[in-house]
Design a protein around this ligand. Sequence first.
Ligand SMILES: Cc1cc2nc3c(=O)[nH]c(=O)nc-3n(C[C@H](O)[C@H](O)[C@H](O)COP(=O)(O)O)c2cc1C
Length: 186
Amino acid sequence: MKVAAIVGSIRQESFNGKLVEYMQDRYSDIMDIDILDIRDLPHYDQDEESNAPDYVKEYKRSVREADAVLIATPEYNGSISGVLKNALDWNSRVDYDFAGKPTMLVGASLGGLGTVKAQMHLRQILSAPGMSAKVLPGNEVLIGAVHEKMDEDGNLTDQGTIDFLDNVVAEFERFYQETRAVANRA
Ligand SMILES: Cc1cc2nc3c(=O)[nH]c(=O)nc-3n(C[C@H](O)[C@H](O)[C@H](O)COP(=O)(O)O)c2cc1C
């Protein structure tokens, strides 16, 4: 499964970025994860959407051409980060890059609730008409107190979290195959 990954934090030592790199390595037999760089996307501008800069077009194409999308979100003030929302707004117009796209969410935060508020907003955004993503139901990967569950190299160290993530990835693989089978029948 060719997976485009979007990380909602652009800081160098991002736990969410490290989590996606960890998944890239651990699940390489299931998912070929390509991490998209959203740092240099310009602010979404409706005046520009039909003639977007090449960088935006390339980002949008990467999402469209992937079999599935993985989004790792931090929680900023009870929601997703501005950079992530900006990237998704570009996706939501012209070509509707997420339409029907199997999508898996993960999130890591320092707080105990592990991005639950951000992920609730994210699910709402992904169900907007311009997005219409096929988000894996349930299977909420909420990694709270992530600084206590990851080592300096970005490896998860908490066995319960690893086992849960293994299960969710297996579930996502099944979800992806089902979605594909339904699309082939249509
Ligand atoms: C602007 C800002 C707002 C934040 N708001 C929240 C929040 O609402 N809930 C929470 O659990 N953590 C919050 N945090 C702490 C983040 O969980 C923490 O910075 C985390 O490391 C961000 O993810 P990252 O490591 O991928 O950058 C906030 C951090 C920043 C910088």
